[in-house]
Write a protein that binds this ligand. Structure first.
Ligand code: FES
Length: 122
């Protein structure tokens, strides 16, 4: 139960104080995906200079885990090289979240990573 309480606190804290949430008017790269099962969506936009991410923002509408993971992910990639983004894996997202969402919510946690890699692969 302690783990579940901490899990909720992490999500609520980030939901109430979102980091890297926003919309860029002229992003260099962007992608949006919708989870076909629930309809939740995440948009990630990047400003890139010399193959380095200068700014990353997310927006969207969806469950707490999808939006919180997008926030943590966007925050974590600022200042990183594009080639490093391509190497981000499932476990990196789970480490950012600091929790294991369980099999039923794994798709929620990984939606933002799918979006980010789609944006970078353009
Ligand atoms: Fe839709 Fe989580 S329930 S992404």
């Amino acid at each position: 139960m302690i783990e579940e309480r901490l899990y909720r606190e992490v999500l609520l804290e980030r939901l109430e104080n979102p980091v890297a949430q926003g919309v860029l008017t002229k992003p260099d790269l962007e992608a949006r995906l919708v989870n076909p099962i629930c309809g939740d969506e995440v948009l990630i936009q990047l400003k890139v200079k010399n193959h380095i991410i200068e700014q990353a923002v997310y927006s969207g509408d969806g469950c707490a885990i999808s939006q919180v993971s997008a926030s943590f992910l966007a925050e974590s990639i600022t200042g990183k090289k594009l080639e490093k983004i391509r190497k981000i894996k499932k476990n990196d997202i789970l480490n950012l979240l600091g929790i294991n969402p369980g099999p039923s919510r794994l798709k929620c946690a990984l939606l933002s990573l799918e979006v980010l890699q789609k944006a970078v692969d353009q």
